[in-house]
Design a protein around this ligand. Structure first.
Ligand SMILES: [Zn+2]
Length: 382
């Protein structure tokens, strides 16, 4: 199989979310490839009520079922984040790398899975295997994953191999997340009469000041779960980032409105309820500022997963690449939580490295990493 060609074709299908472009086209391209590898396939149209009202969400479900063997489900997503460069969907191969939006996150991993399955041919696999290629991972997909479960039964006791992950080690834990939008309200007046108004931007700055004090405290918290040294850290750490402050309309108008968005990430030893309480206490401690919570989105923390199968995968990584390990990742996602709901066990291995600039400019993937991941998957399945 010419995996470079497959990946170039995948990258050139612009699957940006939002809004969620060309999902059907991407699945139409992938479906016959899986069929050619002995899979029974089905395109599942997700009803809008299971996709937060969004239309046109098509997921691909592929099966090579073998009753009695351990249940293994590969997970991937076809959507990508928006790109700033105009040529991000014109893939380019140079210096042992493949460039383009989605190369590492995570169309390169889909190419690796196909390459592995192709090299196995008709050999019997060690597992009762399914593959799901999903949509809206870069937006929010928890309800879509819940809906998909009915096409994957039994999900209880299953292993979920997440291909949307880092290269070189097994990802066994992730950060919880708490995303909070805070709306600061004021009273708009002429700038010369500001004593009669209430400046929402200045008041928002006072809240931000308090949040930055909390940030120092939060980011001193260290987990017992190690992270890969390439992150520049040794252990998972809590995070608090003020990532949006938006307010004001004109230099001579006292503004009556300002939005603050806070991205709080939680180590496995923390929990969402306490983190929210802590945040609200800090906001409430700032006197004479009128604010309200506009939107709160939470993903729970999950303790590190352990299993002999995860250890076996870590050993295979070492056999193929010479290095390995089991680490937490400094990211969050819906998947681990949903799989925990299913009573399954999720772990991750993909082709992402810190230098691949996923979600940034010039995203690329190493060809060698795709080839190594394919070899690891091949040995894992054989
Ligand atoms: Zn991803």
């Amino acid at each position: 199989m010419d995996y470079v060609e497959v990946l170039k074709n995948l990258i050139s299908i612009d699957t940006t979310v939002p809004p969620g472009r060309n999902y059907g086209r991407a699945m139409d391209y992938l479906e016959p490839l899986f069929q050619g590898l002995g899979f029974e396939t089905q395109q599942v149209a997700i009803p809008p009520e299971h996709a937060e009202g969004r239309e046109g969400r098509v997921n691909l479900v592929c099966h090579r079922r073998r009753a009695g063997l351990p249940r293994l489900i590969f997970y991937g997503h076809i959507d990508v984040v928006p790109a700033e460069e105009p040529d991000a969907f014109e893939p380019r191969v140079a210096d042992g790398k493949i460039f383009g939006r989605g190369a590492a996150d995570m169309k390169g991993s889909i190419a690796a899975l196909l390459l592995a399955l192709d090299s196995l041919g008709t050999r019997e696999l060690r597992y009762d295997v399914s593959v799901i290629i999903t949509t809206d991972e870069e937006y929010s997909q928890a309800s879509q994953l819940r809906y998909l479960a009915r096409y994957l039964e039994p999900v209880a006791g299953s292993f979920l191999f997440c291909l949307d992950s880092s290269f070189g080690f097994v990802a066994v834990a992730g950060l919880g997340a708490l995303h909070v939008d805070i709306r600061v309200k004021g009273k708009s007046v002429h700038s010369g009469l500001s004593h009669l108004g209430e400046n929402a931007v200045e008041n928002a700055c006072r809240l931000v000041g308090a949040l930055l004090e909390l940030k120092k405290k939060v980011e001193a918290r260290q987990s017992n779960v190690p992270v890969h040294p390439a992150t520049g850290l040794r252990w998972m750490q809590s995070r608090l980032n003020v990532n949006v402050v938006r307010g004001g309309t004109k230099v001579n108008i006292v503004p009556d409105d300002c939005l603050i968005s806070v991205d709080r990430r939680l180590i496995p030893e923390e929990n969402v309820a306490d983190a929210k309480k802590e945040l609200l206490e800090v906001l409430s401690s700032v006197p004479e500022v009128h604010w309200e919570l506009e939107r709160v989105v939470a993903m729970p923390t999950l303790p590190p997963r352990e299993d002999p199968l995860i250890d076996a995968l870590a050993d295979l990584i070492k056999d193929v690449t010479g290095e390995s390990g089991k680490y937490g990742e400094m990211g969050s996602g819906d998947l681990a939580e949903i799989v925990a709901e299913w009573g399954g066990k999720e772990f991750g291995l993909g082709v992402i490295r810190p230098e691949c600039t996923i979600h940034g400019r010039g995203e690329f993937v190493y060809r060698k990493d795709i080839e190594d991941l394919a070899e690891i998957i091949k040995r894992f399945l054989a």
